[in-house]
Design a protein around this ligand. Sequence first.
Ligand SMILES: *Cc1c(COP(=O)(O)O)cnc(C)c1O
Length: 480
Amino acid sequence: MMLEHIARLEALARQLEPEPEQRLNWGRSVWTYATDFLDKLENGKAYEGSPAQAGQWLEPSETPRPVSEILDFLSSEVDGQGINPASGYHLGYVPGGGVFPAALADFMAAVSNRYAGIFFANPGAVRIENQMLRWLCNLVGYPENALGNLSSGGSVANLTAVTAARDHLGIRSKDVERCVIYTTSQVHHCVHKAIRIAGLAEATLRFISMDAAFRMDANALGIQVATDQAAGLKPFLVVASAGTTDTGAIDPLDAIADIAGEFDMWFHVDAAYGGAFLLVNELQCAFKGIERADSIVIDPHKGFFLPYGLGALLVRDVQTLYQSQYYQANYMQDALQANDEWSPADLSPELTKHFRGLRMWLSLQLLGLQPFRAALEEKIALCQYFYGRIQELGFEVGPYPDLSIMIYRYIPPGADANAFNGELIKWIQRDGRVFISSTSIDGQFWLRLAVVNFRTHLRQIDTCLLVLNEGVQHLLKQTL
Ligand SMILES: *Cc1c(COP(=O)(O)O)cnc(C)c1O
């Protein structure tokens, strides 16, 4: 009875392991779908408005569906709608694009399902992840005892950094009201979120004034910190940005490091977007002082052009991260034996995790560093090119870009600029050839250009200029 029961179940359960022929069949279909998708990018749209109603939704059923039906569904309901972050015409939010070797690496990581959380479970996988982290640490100029963690993205990495800062300075809940955190109003919103999640919502958050290019005024920071300390408060954390989301501004890191050092504060640099530009030699001096930060966030899924799902937290003294994130569990006692390499599980909130480092490693191995460096330099040059050309089209611009993000807007004669640019962005979205985003700074509506996709070249920027000009001419005719 029992054996028959098991045999019956086994026959069904074995369907989870497809026969080689089935594997090939699915694999070919998916491969064809993926390559078609890639081949269409150059002449496709960056944005496709969604239909008011979703199509026929595929509910999971007891029996399998054919792969063609499933891919048709994905094509119309997912890949045919919304923003296309793989497109070089996506110039809105920070898009990396997703270099192809990363997809192969994710496939391999999923096939072998290696456990990359603990050194004991797979020394090689953990070594690959730590090697990527050490490579990033080297890039920022960190010492030997620095390390960190490959996270799902910048938000989680920033949260982990804020938590490490809190624990390193021994801040308990009753201390929080006295604590002061310093940043600028241009800091990414995930830092606000991190402060709240880390239990620091009751700390005072001070927005330090900025120069005309939206960089923190280090003098103002120094004065504010001294004032707060004299008033009996506890200056505790300063969060600088190296590449802000609105304009790509880099705060004066070296001067901020001086102040953080003088007042024993934790110095964190959010370089989620900007960090990759350290590969560009000419930019090294703009990042001067980053190596003095206690912690740094860099998102490989932005400037290293990897697909979404890879951020990195770097901590100058890995012990401080360990003290904040270690764990003990009886059932994990075997894993504690081997410890000649740090385990990601000891340096992050995660235990079981995707072997996400493989996509970075394989991409750097298969492509080499040279094209990454060139692509980053190209993005900067394209942004500077746009900065000049857009003014020739009659637009007003924000500060000259530090990196590859800038703001601009059209001032229509005799009409409200905010409303006009709001209409312009709607027109561009309906058009869909390119995708740009917008932001508000001090009540002014600005259009925003973010050149971060590795598929963005001169052709894409020229198309963007053309579309913007068409949009303006169209709206001007309407208002007159
Ligand atoms: C993108 C970004 C973040 C958030 O990172 P996610 O990977 O989107 O979670 C934080 N800070 C800056 C400066 C960013 O550009």
